[in-house]
Ligand binder design. Structure first.
Ligand code: SF4
Length: 333
């Protein structure tokens, strides 16, 4: 438009810091400039259609998109952090057998503005409630969808979050089922983001039966790729392991897991399967879960057990549940 550069900074300031809901809110712009902008653009946004609070303090959110579709998020408070779990796709094509989102199939990728828009919508909601101390501190891509199957949208979304909205890359965690080429590409571009890998099995046979992506990128290729990522030695890769009764919960599985993670700077999140209507799996009993954890801890593998936060509100997608960073418990070693 031939405008001076500082207009861009002003626009970003009004959109992302002052939460302008429409171009007319940008009173720093002259009326003729606002009219010109309105001729070809508008400020969009997501609506929070539904909020469901759980007694454990988590808040499940349903975000309405402009085309009438919706995605889910979860806001998880703990003593030190306020974590927002965001979605990257409407539905998911990955077909993980234990996951509720998988039953929807894939509908579409979210755009970058829709990814950042989830954070904006929650920020605005918190500000409206007057919660100055309730600033979102951490973002996790563990909601609906496989973030690495929406590579461009997610990377651009992260760039908006970190470039315009003041969120540090180190406070962003991306969770993947293991799409190896995009994983390597992502860490060339943004090596600062934290990585969570949804592993869930210790043999290719079992993992392929649970997660079809394993037929393309098996455990060996996934873990080798993880080992080569340019991640700082101070930061660990989190491996998610949904415990399914009679499928992947034996002491032999725990021992194989130790062997697989050898040489990696890793920690393990054990997630007893969170049942939902029509689910084909069950969680192991508590004793089995604790024994599994103890085998790992005995061999100096850091292993947390996730409590079932959010169960009351049905925040139970295979990955959505792993958002509950607040709920981790560690055995004393
Ligand atoms: S667990 Fe994640 S990657 Fe797998 S189907 Fe569910 S949303 Fe997709």
């Amino acid at each position: 438009m031939g405008l001076p550069q500082f207009r861009v900074s002003q626009l970003i300031h009004w959109m992302y810091e002052k939460n302008a809901a429409c171009i007319d809110d940008i009173t720093e712009f002259s009326k003729p400039l606002r009219e010109t902008l309105k001729g070809f653009s508008y400020i969009g946004g997501l609506k929070i259609l539904k909020k469901t609070a759980s007694p454990d303090g988590t808040l499940k959110l349903l975000f309405g998109l402009e085309d009438g579709l919706s995605v889910e998020g979860v806001l998880i408070p703990d003593e030190y952090r306020l974590t927002l779990c965001v979605s990257s796709q409407v539905g998911c094509a990955m077909g993980c057998r234990f996951c509720l989102t998988a039953t929807m199939g894939f509908i579409r990728n979210l755009r970058a503005d829709e990814i950042a828009g989830q954070v904006m919508a929650v920020r605005q909601e918190l500000q409206a409630q007057g919660g100055v101390s309730s600033e979102i501190t951490n973002i996790v891509f563990m909601g609906m969808g496989e973030p690495l199957r929406n590579y461009d949208g997610v990377v651009r979304g992260i760039n908006i979050l970190t470039g315009f909205m003041g969120i540090s890359k180190r406070r962003i965690t991306l969770s993947t089922a293991g799409v190896v080429p995009e994983l390597q590409k992502l860490y060339k571009e943004i090596p600062e983001v934290n990585l969570a890998v949804s592993l869930n099995a210790t043999t290719d046979e079992t993992r392929s039966s649970l997660m079809p992506v394993n037929n393309k990128y098996d455990i060996g290729s996934l873990l080798r790729a993880c080992g080569r990522l340019p991640i700082s030695s101070r930061r660990r890769i989190t491996f998610g392991y949904v415990l399914l009764k009679g499928i992947n919960d034996t002491p032999a599985d725990a021992r194989r897991l130790i062997a697989l993670l050898k040489g990696l700077n890793a920690k393990v999140n054990l997630i007893p399967f969170n049942e939902y209507d029509g689910a084909k799996f069950e969680p192991p009993d508590e004793k089995t879960v604790l024994e599994f954890q103890q085998i790992l801890v005995d061999r100096h593998v850091t292993a947390f057990i996730r409590k079932s936060m959010g169960r009351e509100i049905g925040a139970a997608c295979g990955q959505l549940r792993t958002c509950y960073e607040a709920a981790q418990t560690e055995l004393p070693s």
